[in-house]
Each structure stands twice: as structure tokens, then as C-alpha cells.
Design a protein around this ligand. Sequence first.
Ligand code: RM4
Ligand code: MN
Ligand code: MN
Length: 395
Amino acid sequence: MTEHDALRERLGRRGIDSDAVEAALRSLVIETPSWGYGDSGTRFGVFPQPGRPRSVFERVDDAAEVHRLTGTAGAVALHFPWDSVSDVTELAGHIHAAGLGVGAVNPNLFQDPDYVLGSVTHPDAAIRAKAVEHLLECVEIATALGSTAQSLWLADGINYPGQDDLVERRERMVEALAHVYAALPAEQEYLVEYKLFEPAFYATDLADWGSALLVCQRLGERARVLVDMGHHAQGVNVEQIVSILASEERLGGFHFNNRKYADDDLIVGSVNPFELFLVFCELVGSGRPLPRLTIDQSHNIEAKVEAMVMSVVNIQDAYARALIVDREALRSAGARGDVLDGHRILLDAYNTDVRPLCASARQALGAAEDPVAALRASGRFDRIAAERADAGGAR
Ligand code: RM4
Ligand code: MN
Ligand code: MN
């Protein structure tokens, strides 16, 4: 008996339909970030890697390789102006030809020197207008690319108490974002990301899920909160945030990554796989379709394509474990007030080796049984390093 058969039999005895689990795994779509393939580093330095992409087109090619190996990374999220091109239609054509869909469009309001005091919260109306102009341009780019989401992270905030008026900053922000939201075509959703700190160190204008939710409620129904796993204080119960936003129908999606200390952007599921599992338990338990699932990572020392492949595999694994939770038994344990039975039920799913189910789903998609092994065996890293040997500080 293969490991796959043995697992299916064991799950069958627990009343779990493995066919349904594999079907759900096959329909999982993860967006990988174009910015996760280019050079990145810490504020202390950047270590350029051999084979790093020289253009957005090559970043898309790397994303396509991740999809080819995993079967689940079917879209690429874009960041502007990092991914700016003279011909947007050509970029859309390249993405589709690579077998991918266009993911969310991410505006960038954090690098222009004009934004030193903020973008849509800036005290100067002219700077706010410039930020709004970029946001509107991103709506146009998304429309031309056929993207269905704007995904906004604001770096705005202040470093010192008294630096600016917190209430006024918030009103400036809502006014600017409402302007952009009004220009949004019906097929685009507006995802609002929050982050506790960094680059601002005293007060971030969108610091937590509550602030983001309140802004979304002021904007309209298509505005939803985006949860980045690394954007909370230590110890915050992220899965509970997921459950609240999902039941309020305001969960827009995720930026998956993992961290030990701050916004470390490490491989999702690498430091705290149990948290990732619990997040998927809330998503599955909500009974709603999965929201937009995106990876937002920065691979500073690890090989980038391999790191992205591992990330997608970790997500498949966490999702599979959440899908095999005995939901009925869980409900009954809660209803009976049995303190530990529900916990045991979760642990039973978490401690199950679901890799044969994931491998089978990947094979059915024409992807690799073991994506990391297949990538290593393919020799792609060396081939691409030779092909892109002339890479000169791409971004
Ligand atoms: C931020 C945030 C954003 C991402 C940038 C690069 O910390 O997570 O989503 O676009 O980093
Ligand atoms: Mn993010
Ligand atoms: Mn981040």
C-alpha cells in the first residue's frame, strides 16, 4: 500500500473525504509577489544573487517557474513603480503567456523623498494630491492589466509625539482614499493593509486591523482589510483577527510570511507553522470562499525561487491539515463545554502528515510531486545564473 493510500484509508475511517480535500487543494491559488524575486536586503546591506531577474519580465518568468513546480502559484502580484513598463499590454501578454494571471496591483507610496512626512496623510495638500495621483494611476494600470485588486500599504506615520495631529492625519487619509475608491471600477476591490510600526516608530497611521477596518467601512463594501502575518505586536492572536474580519465580510486577504521578531518576511510557516495552520482553520471554518492569498516575503540570503517554492508548499500543507479537521467533532466538543477535546481534535489534524495528499494534488495539476527536489534536480539555478550573468542591479 502506498503512503497515499494508507493516509486516505486512515482519514476515511475518521469520516474525512480525501477526494474533496484533494479537489480543494487543486483549486488553491496563491499569488506570488514580483518584488520577492528581485534583490532585497536589510538596512545593513544587500547581497545580490546570481541569476537575479533583470526586469519585471524575468520576475514574471521566476513566478511562472514557481507555479510550474507547485501548481498553486497561478498569479503574480505587481508593485508600481517597481514593475513599471512602457507598454502595459505587453506585460499583461507576457504574464498570460507564462501561464499566470495578474494578481493585485500594489501602489508604492513609501520611497519618494516627497513622502518623508507621509503620503495621503502629509500636512501639505500638494503632496497628498501627488499621492492620490499615483493611486489613481495604479487603478488605471490595474484596469489595463485586467487586475481585480488594489492592495495598499501605507508607510505613513510619525516618529515623535506631537510631530503632527493624529486626528487630522486620519481625516486627510480618509479623504484621499475616498477619492481613489470613487474611481475604482466595479471589478476591482480595495485591500487595505495595516502595520504596527516601521518605517514610522511612534505612530503608524494604519497600525492595526481595527484602524484598517474603520477606514474600509468609511470607503465602501469593496474595501477590505489585508492581514500581513508579520505586521502585529508579539503575541497577537492573528487567527482571531481572521475570524472577526471573515465574519464581518471584511477579510480581503493575506500577505503570507513568517517572523520571529518584527516584520522579518521569512518563509511562511518556517518559524510558526502552528499559527499558519490555525489561520487556515479559521478560513476553512468560516465556510466562505478563500480570500486573496498572497505571499509577501523578502528572501535576503536564501535562493529566491526555491524559497518561494517552499513557501507555496508550506501553504498547501497548512491548508490540507485544516481541511482534515473533524469539524463535526469540533463543534460537538465546544457545545459540550469539553475544554480539551476540541484542542485534541485540532492537534490530531495538525499532527497528520498530509504530504501524500498534497503531492497527489500537485501531480494531478501536472506539477511536481516534490517541488523543491524537482527544482534542485532541474539545474535551473545554474542555467538562469549563466543566462542572466550580465544582471546589473535589476529592480
Ligand atoms: C511592507 C508591506 C507591504 C510591502 C512592502 C514591500 O512592509 O508588507 O505589503 O509591499 O513591505
Ligand atoms: Mn505586506
Ligand atoms: Mn511587511
